[in-house]
Design a protein around this ligand. Structure first.
Ligand code: MG
Length: 400
């Protein structure tokens, strides 16, 4: 007897700073359901509408076995495709179907991919913070003492009030020259204090023009960053040819990718070293496993995006893929609160420099709907790190 989808539900919960989206696919088998991550925290209600109004009616009555066909149906049936709202909606259903597949097989999903290549996944946390270089160094020293030797270092690059025009609106003001100076100052300090062994990288957040980006690489080259992340915007990807010619600093790229056209040439041309896409933004586990394999062919490693705007279900999906991908180098990973762990029993965890998943069937993560409902969605947030509104010193709006 085939197992059929009986319902598809989308939940938004905000137990921390982010709206988190979970999709639950229910079946006609008692107790058999799957969970997927559909977290597009900045536009969560749009994703929920796409799930509730379009994917739910499309999926009810379908056989859960046909994951690839379901993905093609969900992606292709809107005709216009590959946007972050629909990709996340599709991801929620797609990951839930993989969870069901694992539960039906009685295996963790990594077993369905061929089994583990490693027992734990090396993680890349965020390091730094602090009001002075010494404070930042002290914070990093604590992380190094825990066995973490890959980290992204947070470096302040906001410009001082004096150079803003009168009446400048509240925003994140970025002065590229000041930012470049700060990056170099911090890296010089870190290398003098910790030597060249720890792998320190930086997320540039596409804050520079292509030419400024190359100047930054030249200034940082002596301090051997482990990688620069999102040095350029996806729209400037063709400029990576010039970046490669100008520097040997490894390039990490991709958290904004939503369309294969954005990464195909970068990977095939070996213009980047680390693929940093966010799996739900690609459309779920089905396209992500294809991208991991595509990267492997070209010796590009994976380092999937995953700070806090991802559910433990989504993090589990990324880690299952990491465990089974020979070309996985790193996983961005943020420790979750006890509350989040209570809402998502079975959430992945870290010990020292590695992240782990349990060995239960599927993703091994559950969802406490009643507890999640006590932390309703926050919706649109204008300021702070969730608003991402940035301006040049003269007030011109820029992406960041
Ligand atoms: Mg990033």
């Amino acid at each position: 007897m085939s197992v059929k989808v009986t319902d598809v539900k989308c939940f938004i919960t905000a137990p921390g700073v982010c709206d988190l989206l979970v999709v639950k696919v229910e079946t006609n088998q008692p107790g058999l359901y799957g969970l997927g991550c559909a977290t597009f925290t900045q536009r969560g209600f749009a994703v929920k509408t796409a799930v509730d109004e379009y994917l739910r009616p499309m999926m009810i009555g379908r056989d859960v076995a046909y994951i690839e066909d379901a993905w093609q149906q969900m992606m292709g049936s809107s005709y216009w495709r590959n946007g972050p709202v629909l990709n996340n909606a599709i991801s929620g259903v797609d990951e839930a179907l993989w969870d069901i597949k694992g539960k039906m097989a009685g295996m963790p999903v990594y077993e369905l991919l061929g089994g583990k290549c490693r027992e734990g996944v090396q993680i890349m946390p965020h390091g730094g913070g602090g009001r002075t270089l010494e404070e930042m160094g002290d914070n990093i020293e604590k992380l190094l003492a825990q066995g973490l030797d890959w980290m992204r270092v947070g470096i302040p690059c906001e410009c001082p009030d004096e150079i803003k025009p009168k009446g400048a609106p509240v925003a994140y003001y970025l002065n590229p020259d000041q930012a470049r100076e700060n990056y170099v100052t911090v890296f010089k300090y870190l290398r003098e204090r910790f030597g060249y062994r720890p792998n320190f990288g930086i997320d540039i957040h596409e804050r520079f023009t292509p030419t400024e980006a190359i100047r930054l690489c030249k200034d940082l080259e002596p301090y051997k960053p482990a990688f620069l992340e999102d040095l350029l915007a996806p729209e400037d990807a063709a400029w990576f040819d010039n970046v490669r010619a100008a520097t040997s600093i490894p390039m990490a790229m991709g958290e904004l990718f939503v369309n294969p056209l954005e990464y195909r040439d970068l990977v095939a041309g070996r213009k980047i070293d680390y693929m940093r896409a966010h799996i739900s933004m690609l459309g779920g586990f089905t396209p992500a496993k294809k991208l991991a394999a595509f990267c492997e062919v070209y010796s590009v490693k994976t380092a999937w995006h995953g700070p806090h705007d991802i559910t433990p279900v989504g993090m589990a999906a990324q880690l299952h893929l990491d465990l089974a991908s020979p070309n996985c180098a790193l996983q961005e990973f943020g420790d979750v609160s006890d509350l989040v762990r209570e809402i998502f029993p079975g959430a992945p965890w870290r010990e020292g420099g590695y992240a782990y998943v349990n060995d239960k069937p599927g993703w091994g993560v559950d969802f406490n709907e009643e507890l999640a409902a006590k932390y309703p969605a926050k919706g649109y947030v204008m300021t702070g790190s969730m608003g991402f509104l940035a301006r040049r010193p003269d007030g011109t709006a820029v992406r960041s």
